[in-house]
Design a protein around this ligand. Structure first.
Ligand code: S3P
Length: 450
């Protein structure tokens, strides 16, 4: 059960063709950041296209607890009246971030250099995830944290009263850790420097510049060096949230494996730090076309057209691409099941500390449906069954993980027998319209009784 929903078993059936246009929701990463940076600005930020998934709504609630005014308007847009960098009030209640690792880690960073105390919790998934990766660098600023064994939530953070700026090399490829340090650096005097050896999604850097912070990025032999000058006055922005490439991945991949399909997924950002899946699919032989390529807000954007692709081949996914498609490995493993040959995914240890252990969760779900998977600590290999070769008939445990739930349901679209999932309620964290959108395209997905 998610923090918000009740257990929702679901079943998907062989179907096809999928046809039409799939308008996926707003980008989750940019939605969280719009609210948090809006809350740290002086004045009113306007946001349209915000993802109204549970994760983002929890971040909105949290920002209200820290003193910002966050409102939804009748036309569907949102405004955030910020309190300025260093202006957070101490929350009166525990901050519940639900299922969201991005939410909790970014919020911890944003309060850690203010002289306030806050206690954070989440659902069973979030409360089992590692937080030391964030609290270790926050301690360098002078913040203190008291959590459960292994650095787990619930956890209380005592923000630093006299924060000092830090230079920090992020030890794992993580945009959440990088962003937490940068957000903490906002209220430290002087320059905070974050070095990442592998480039991860760069929304925080781009948006901080948009909000008026002084931030530079330098590509060096040691990696990307990001330098932020602390204590700026952030200026409110008007933000149009682009549609989420990680959500686009689901209708795109569904079309590739479902006989006769032709689906258009418009307005998808192809920021190189996010678009790795689409290039991987093209290398596998997917009929995936980038139509109407253009630039919007300084970012490459395209309409994605995905057609049934019966002759995809398994490939070795370049490990250096992992960060740019880290959330897409579960759905890639489903496509891999319908390809011929092996799909080899290496350098993906981070998958083990997402909303679930995603290697373990997908391996179990695929095996339950007749697909062979081998796995090691930081790699896994899916043995393709070819189009028409997936047996189905199994039940997948989703471990409170939205992406496992959606991936396993899509597995059923081309399988001989229906595929069940034990709980689809976490889908609402990132893609609340998933079932309706898939049904509109022609998929057969339903809530089941067992
Ligand atoms: C995110 C970063 C990634 C990603 C998550 C969103 C972000 O997590 O998996 O869904 O918005 O910064 P990590 O930073 O843990 O890799």
């Amino acid at each position: 059960m998610s923090a918000h929903g009740s257990v929702l078993p679901m079943t998907s059936f062989k179907c096809g063709p999928l046809k039409g246009t799939a308008h996926v929701p707003g980008d989750k990463s940019i939605s969280h950041r719009s609210i948090i940076l809006g809350a740290l600005s002086v004045g009113r930020t306007h946001v349209t296209g915000l993802l109204e998934g549970e994760d983002v709504l929890d971040t909105a609630k949290a920002m209200r607890a820290f003193g910002a005014t966050v409102e939804k308007h009748q036309d569907g847009s949102w405004t955030i009246d910020g309190v300025g960098v260093g202006g957070f009030a101490e929350p009166e209640t525990v901050i519940d971030c639900g299922n969201s690792g991005t939410g909790v880690r970014l919020i911890m960073g944003s309060m850690a250099t203010s002289p306030i105390t806050a206690t954070f919790t989440g659902d069973a998934s979030l409360n089992s995830r590692p937080m030391a990766r964030v609290t270790d660098p926050l301690a360098l600023f002078g913040a203190q944290s008291f959590g459960r064994t292994g650095g787990r939530l619930p956890m209380t953070i005592l923000g630093a009263a006299d924060p000092i700026p830090v230079t920090y090399t992020v030890p794992v490829p993580s945009a959440q850790v990088k962003s937490a340090v940068l957000l903490a650096g906002l209220n430290a005097p002087g320059q905070t420097v974050v070095i990442e050896k592998e480039a991860t999604r760069d929304h925080t850097e781009r948006m901080l510049v948009g909000f008026g912070a002084e931030l530079t990025v330098e590509d060096t032999d040691d990696g990307r060096v990001i330098t932020l000058t602390g204590q700026p006055e952030l200026k409110p922005q008007t933000i149009i949230v682009p549609r989420d490439p990680s959500s686009a991945a689901f209708p795109v991949c569904a079309a590739l494996i479902t006989e006769g399909s032709d689906v258009l997924v418009p307005n998808i950002g192809l920021n190189p730090t996010r678009a790795g899946l689409f290039y991987t699919l093209q290398e596998m032989g997917a009929e995936l076309i980038f139509e109407n390529m253009r630039e919007e807000g300084g970012e490459p954007v395209a309409d994605l057209r995905a057609k049934f692709s019966p002759n995809m081949q398994g490939i070795e996914v370049p490990p250096e691409r992992a960060a740019s498609m880290i959330d897409e490995y579960p759905i890639l493993s489903v496509v891999a099941a319908y390809a011929t040959g092996k799909t080899v995914m290496r350098g993906v240890k981070e998958l083990r500390v997402k909303e679930s252990d995603r290697i373990d969760a997908m391996a179990k779900g695929l095996r339950a449906n007749g697909v062979a998977v081998e796995e090691g600590d930081d790699w896994w290999i899916v043995e393709g069954c070819g189009m028409g070769g997936v047996a189905g008939g199994g039940t997948c445990e989703t471990f409170l993980d939205h992406r496992i739930a959606m991936s396993c349901l899509i597995l059923g679209f081309g399988a001989e027998k229906p595929v069940k999932i034990d709980n689809g309620s976490p889908i609402a964290t990132s893609f609340p319209i998933f079932q309706d959108l898939m049904k509109e395209l022609g998929a057969h997905v339903m809530v089941s009784n067992s």
